[in-house]
Design a protein around this ligand. Structure first.
Ligand code: MG
Length: 339
């Protein structure tokens, strides 16, 4: 019997307005996807559209209405589902991702095992997650750093003229490990000029220092930096990885970019074959989206899955974070429930 797809737009508020080099926002609209089989069993997924990748909640719901009739009747036909969706629609990665997560959830529920177990992974191997501090005035950044006392690693958004004041304010407030993410906000020259400051405050990782297409710039920053340089916006799917080998030290997977959990696993394999480190990042999303990504973490080197922790209210319960340590659910499939 055919799987029935239902979708619902959820409006999320962040606890603080969240600002990165590209802009500021405090309200986010995501789409909750439910796939129901003939026995009444449901698989859930979340689409986290970003205008940066050409999607909104409205394009997601329109895409889902196109994708639904193309789905196989069998939730285990995951390869077939990906191929069918790719034939119906190009792009629309977050919409396809929500369906992929829902199929994995439904199949895992039929098997009665959590996704990490189905994949043969050990949840104890998941690296600790960082917590992100968005761009703000040094005073507010200080307050946010103190508020994030439970998180052992901080990721600081940079990429503006205020970088030095922000990084010094953070370092005066805490001695925790720091990572930075410029979201492409620097030129290669600016990035290299900031390296002494980054070293002085003890930054251990640099994410997307320059514009996504500036691979020469990425390579220049990597040659000059003593810490790993990770490509995020420069890397959407596995096909982007070979040309990043020798250019950066690692790549960042985001489910909203790559379009399916099978593609995320392919990205891990392709990155490893090119001797690249692998990180997973997220959008502002609920515990439903975060948990789908969390099942991958035992395979990865760096984890930044704080999206649900930045919310004022999370509609779901799934993977939890304690002292930076991710705890994967033991329930079948994604293991996510509504709050
Ligand atoms: Mg990033």
């Amino acid at each position: 019997m055919a799987l029935r797809l239902a979708h619902e737009i959820l409006t999320l508020q962040t606890a603080h307005p969240f600002t990165i080099a590209r802009g500021s926002q405090s309200e986010y609209r995501v789409v909750w996807v439910r796939l129901r089989d003939g026995d009444g069993l449901e698989g859930w997924g979340e689409a986290d559209p970003s205008w940066y990748y050409g999607e909104t909640a409205e394009t997601v719901t329109a895409a889902l209405d196109r994708l639904a009739p193309a789905l196989p009747d069998d939730p285990f036909a995951l390869e077939e589902a990906d191929a069918a969706m790719a034939l119906v629609l190009r792009g629309n990665a977050s919409a396809r991702m929500a369906v992929s997560a829902a199929l994995h959830d439904l199949a895992g529920k039929r098997l009665g095992v959590p996704l990490w177990r189905w994949w043969g992974l050990d949840p104890a191997r998941a690296p600790r997650t960082s917590f992100t501090i968005g761009l703000d005035t040094p005073e507010i950044v200080r307050a946010k750093v103190r508020e994030a006392a439970a998180y052992p690693i901080l990721k600081i958004k940079v990429g503006t003229a205020g970088d030095e004041a922000i990084l010094r304010a953070v370092r005066e407030t805490t001695d925790r490990p720091l990572r930075v993410d410029a979201n492409g906000g620097w030129t290669a020259k600016q990035a290299v000029a900031r390296l002494p400051l980054l070293e002085e405050v003890g930054v251990e990782l640099i994410e997307q220092p320059v514009a996504p297409d500036d691979l020469d710039g990425l390579a220049m920053v990597r040659r000059a930096a003593r810490v790993p340089v990770i490509a995020d916006e420069s890397c959407r799917t596995a096909a982007d990885i070979p040309r990043l080998a020798g250019v950066v030290d690692g790549i960042s997977i985001k489910l909203a970019k790559c379009g399916s959990l099978r593609e995320a696993l392919r990205m891990v394999a392709v990155a490893r074959a090119h001797h690249l480190a692998v990180m997973v990042g997220c959008m502002i999303e609920t515990s439903l989206g975060i948990t789908a990504a969390a099942h991958l973490t035992p395979l990865l080197d760096f984890v930044d899955l704080d999206g649900a922790a930045l919310l004022a209210r999370d509609p779901f319960r799934g993977a939890t974070i304690e002292g930076g340590r991710l705890s994967l659910p033991t329930g079948p499939g994604l293991g996510v429930t509504a709050r």
